[in-house]
Design a protein around this ligand. Structure first.
Ligand SMILES: C[S@@+](CC[C@H](N)C(=O)[O-])C[C@H]1O[C@@H](n2cnc3c(N)ncnc32)[C@H](O)[C@@H]1O
Length: 410
């Protein structure tokens, strides 16, 4: 075959017959994309890997349990030839040529009439990378280029503004617990596209340093609030910037709806008629214990976990938590914003029936370079917090799960 470059094209296979010969690793890797494309897939193979078999059981493909026979490709629009029998592959590609069916061959790219590119997806775009020539094809190199492009689009290091779809408004983005790698792909992309970012003290602050110079970064804690409450001042800053036609990201620690006042911001934006999207985040309530080696549930130990705010003491009339009932739960208690009040909290839990020996761990600044874990029991935690000088932000975990991980912790 002449050494011309391949002509790239996107096949629209929905409802069209695609014949796959062979059901080994190659077919297993390629089938999901063919299924996603809506192809009418006929698989011809005497055996199949368990995953391919599961696709047949689920009705995603039609499996003909025999070897390839001449005529199998007659009604196909496209064929994937990947049997372990080189003679069958040769015969099948000759048949494909005869019927003018484009075919890829797993064993001999040179004799194929089509090549499968390395593909990836990001926000409605498919990135497909092909080498120019069959000889010297280097699948790892094409895959690496694909990865670099897709990763770049996802994390915002490759900025491709959405000229048609980008609308002004506010994105409420959960930034995760602090490690910049723990924000979602969507959150990171929105951050890269923002004109204005209003950020909290908690969350992935390192990401702010990476933003291009034209992005205005506002520290939510420093917005002057005069006659307003701080939250009202943040709401009106969001509204004001969005009304100027800017893309605004409200970057919050953890998840916006876990003690994050996210819904108050959503409501204020709705009242002002500003479009708002919410991007969930990894909450510190689960991820920070995990980062310190503590699972919030564990088989045979804890079948539930309860996340409670400890920002007011149990005897404070503003507290909405039912501490006597919490003391009776057998699972894990996770307390956020509780460092200052942990003495009172521990006392109340013990007074209502929890054992004073119940293990407690405090994880300060979890997932950041400054992470540290301090262990105690309900009886000793108040004193430990003082002597060890534990400071907010910290997640407090109470329950037997504290001791199930390997000790000492890495
Ligand atoms: C106002 S709440 C916000 C929670 C956040 N929306 C979430 O889902 O993680 C703040 C509390 O979260 C906890 N927190 C958040 N990030 C943390 C981190 N990296 N390490 C320890 N605790 C953290 C602390 O208990 C802190 O006082």
């Amino acid at each position: 075959m002449a050494e011309h470059p391949a002509y790239p094209v996107g096949l629209r296979l929905s409802g069209r017959r695609v014949v796959v010969l062979g059901a080994g690793q190659v077919a297993q890797r390629r089938l999901p994309a063919l299924i996603a494309a809506g192809a009418d897939i006929v698989l011809v193979s005497p055996e199949a890997t368990p995953s391919v078999e599961a696709m047949a059981d689920a009705g995603e493909i039609t499996w003909v349990r025999r070897r390839y026979e001449d005529g199998d490709l007659a009604a196909a629009w496209y064929a994937l030839i990947a049997t372990s029998d080189p003679d069958a592959n040769t015969a099948a590609s000759a048949e494909a040529e005869r019927h003018r069916v484009w075919c890829v061959r797993s064993d001999d790219a040179d004799r194929a009439t089509a090549w499968t590119p390395a593909t990836g997806h990001s926000e409605g775009v498919t990135v497909a990378v092909l080498t120019t020539e069959a000889r010297g094809r280097d699948p790892r190199h094409t895959a690496a280029i694909r990865d670099a492009v897709v990763e770049g689009l996802r994390d915002g290091t490759l900025v491709a503004p959405h000229h048609r779809t980008r609308t002004p408004g506010v994105a409420l983005v959960g930034g995760g617990p602090g490690d910049p790698d723990l924000i979602t792909v969507r959150g990171r992309r929105l951050l890269a596209e923002a004109d204005v970012v209003i950020a909290d003290r908690l969350g992935p602050r390192d990401l702010l340093a990476e933003l291009p110079p034209h992005v205005e970064v506002i520290d939510a804690a420093k917005i002057p609030y005069g006659r307003y409450m701080a939250q009202e001042a943040i709401n009106s800053a969001l509204i004001e910037h969005a009304k100027q036609g800017k893309s605004v990201v409200r970057l919050k620690g953890g998840d916006p709806f876990v003690f994050g006042r996210g819904m108050e911001e959503v409501q204020a934006l709705a009242e002002a008629g500003i479009p708002c999207t919410v991007v969930p985040g990894i909450s510190s309530s689960i991820s920070v214990p995990g980062a310190a080696g503590i699972p919030v549930t564990h088989r045979g130990v804890a079948h539930e976990f309860t996340v409670v705010s400890g920002h007011v003491a149990p005897d404070d009339e503003r507290s909405l938590a039912d501490w006597p009932s919490l003391a009776k739960l057998t699972g894990t208690l996770v307390i956020l914003m509780g460092v200052d009040k942990i003495g009172k909290i521990a006392e109340t839990l013990v007074a209502h029936g929890k054992s004073p020996n119940t293990p407690v761990a405090l994880v300060q600044e979890g997932t950041t370079a400054a992470q540290r874990r301090v262990d105690a029991t309900l009886a000793t935690v108040a004193e430990t917090v003082r002597t060890e000088d534990v400071k907010a932000p910290a997640v407090i975990v109470i329950g037997e799960v504290v001791t199930v991980g390997p000790q000492p912790l890495a």
